[in-house]
Design a protein around this ligand. Structure first.
Ligand code: GLN
Length: 252
């Protein structure tokens, strides 16, 4: 049994009005619930748009968003940079999804060519791509994480610097978006996977939680496994369909 902390684990949902377009709030719900199921006190803290991001949270969640809300969110995040740095230096973990992932890099180029400065927590830049990538995504991370699934919907293409480690290799996706996905850093995960990603991939939720509370006992997960199976099937089927389409096109 993991020794319990004196205080509740504070899971912070940052600017959900701006960075919550694709249901990423579900990630916070899953993290809190998986802690409670194991007997930990846990609290969901919402940091409303425009408010300073506090340094007192244990886990920070930056979600996805459309370009305009993303510009607004980035200003508040940059203004809170010192607090975020303090929290991370004190051991806090961070999950950044899509727009959130783009904003933990150095910069994001929006579809209308506006350049947005990010936090620079990882060595990454995002440029506007030629089209939007929309569809199921299947990613193979390094062990011990199992294959992950998500849903992506974004125009930006993120390039990691040479010192950064991707979250995994892309096994299947619907468009041409590169062979790797996301980033893993020091108590930090960035990813393009919505879904939301954590209900679909409880192992990823538990990895984040273990960074905050230490090793965790396993949970019964028949329902989650059923969802994983179904989404793996959907994602791989779309990858296979794309492969056939490309072969047919190549034949002319
Ligand atoms: N606005 C960003 C893009 O289109 C992020 C989209 C998202 O968060 N889903 O690339």
């Amino acid at each position: 049994m993991t020794p319990k902390r004196d205080s509740a684990v504070r899971v912070g949902l940052v600017y959900p009005e701006l960075l919550g377009t694709y249901g990423d709030r579900g990630n916070a719900v899953v993290l809190v619930q998986r802690l409670r199921w194991r007997g930990h006190d846990a609290e969901l803290v919402e940091v409303n748009a425009g408010a300073p991001v506090p340094d007192s949270l244990d886990l920070y969640l930056f979600g996805g968003g459309e370009d305009d809300p993303q510009v607004m969110a980035s200003a508040g995040m940059r203004a809170s940079r010192a607090a975020i740095d303090r929290a991370r230096a004190g051991g806090a973990a961070l999950l950044a999804v899509c727009a959130g992932f783009q904003l933990i890099g150095h910069s994001y180029e929006a579809a209308d060519s506006t350049m947005i400065d990010g936090l620079g927590l990882v060595d990454a830049v995002t440029r506007a791509g030629p089209n939007r990538l929309i569809g199921e995504l299947v990613v193979e991370p390094d062990p011990p994480l199992p294959v992950l699934t998500g849903f992506e919907n974004h125009g930006g293409r993120t390039t990691l610097g040479p010192g950064e480690r991707p979250l995994g290799r892309v096994l299947a996706r619907t468009g041409e978006g590169g062979d790797t996905e996301g980033v893993v850093g020091d108590r930090l995960i960035g990813t393009y996977m919505h879904g939301p990603v954590l209900p679909r991939n409880p192992a990823l939720a538990d990895l984040l939680l273990s960074w905050v509370v230490g090793p965790l006992e396993p949970l019964e997960s028949a329902l989650e496994e059923r969802l994983r199976g179904e989404r793996l099937d959907a994602g791989t089927a779309s990858g296979v369909r794309r492969w056939w389409r490309e072969r047919l096109l190549a034949r002319g």
